[in-house]
Design a protein around this ligand. Structure first.
Ligand code: ZN
Length: 262
């Protein structure tokens, strides 16, 4: 059979349908005819509401294996992780954390679930809280004001306020010094703050341990008490005071500044 002998069925139907529609529209424009049309028009059949069969909820994605909050949410890092030279230092040394500026009294929140490892007051760090987390991670919060009841062995949930921002220790103004380390190795906290990692392989451990060679000259708003006098004495002694950098067994870089006696 030749295909062109068959008229396409769609074309045959199209004309009557179009006409029928035209008639209905014309009738609707005449009031009397409309009443009749209304009578003839069957009441609209409301489709029965078919309750969709309750589908089993998709399984919730597993929670990320690692979640780190920012200890001061929404506040910027004022001084990053890396080699830094403070105005009273002869050479650069590793700033093992980040400084986050905030007014005194702002609540410092613990970055991840953990157990308080130690608390205390240190000449440099001032009042501090250190928290141990899973898989060898620790976080340190320093230059604190008030400690909010944290002591060794206390379990803390991520986001719990543990202390208030302060200015204790060798500080250059009200801020939080925040460190993250893993197995004693300091890591760049900026790569962890406000981030979650599905599994251990996703942790940016290599990138976070990298210390750029560049030494950044730090701007400080205030010199620690007595520091100017100590630097002046060092210079007057003519020896300048040599910074000797050493890396301790704990992986921390320290600089011993030799101050001439007398
Ligand atoms: Zn700092």
């Amino acid at each position: 059979m030749a295909p062109d002998t068959q008229a396409p069925p769609a074309r045959n139907l199209a004309l009557p349908l179009t006409l029928g529609f035209a008639v209905v529209v014309a009738a609707a424009s005449v009031p009397a005819a409309r009443a009749l049309a209304d009578l003839l028009t069957p009441a609209p059949i409301t489709a029965p509401v078919i309750q969709a069969a309750a589908e089993p909820a998709p399984p919730a994605p597993p929670p990320p294996a690692y979640a780190f909050d920012a200890p001061l949410p929404g506040r910027d890092i004022a001084s990053p992780f890396g080699l830094r030279q403070l105005p009273w230092e002869e050479g650069g040394r590793l700033h093992e954390g980040v400084d986050i500026a905030a007014p005194s009294g702002t609540a410092v929140k613990v970055a991840a679930d953990g157990v308080v490892l130690r608390t205390g007051v240190d000449a440099g760090y001032g009042r501090f809280v250190e928290v141990r987390h899973k898989d060898g991670f620790t976080t340190l919060y320093a230059h604190l004001g008030r400690n909010l009841g944290m002591k060794k062995g206390v379990f803390v949930r991520r986001g719990t306020p543990i202390a208030l921002v302060g200015d204790s220790g060798r500080s250059t103004g009200s801020h939080l010094h925040f460190e993250i380390s893993r197995k004693g190795r300091p890591l760049n906290p900026a790569l962890f703050m406000d981030k979650t990692f599905a599994q251990a392989d996703d942790l940016p451990l290599k990138a976070a341990a990298r210390v750029p060679r560049k030494v950044r000259l730090a701007q400080v708003s205030r010199w620690p008490e007595g520091m100017k006098e100590r630097v002046a004495a060092r210079r007057a002694a003519g020896k300048g005071g040599v910074g000797v950098a050493t890396r301790g067994e704990d992986g921390r870089v320290r600089v011993r500044i030799q101050v001439a006696a007398g």
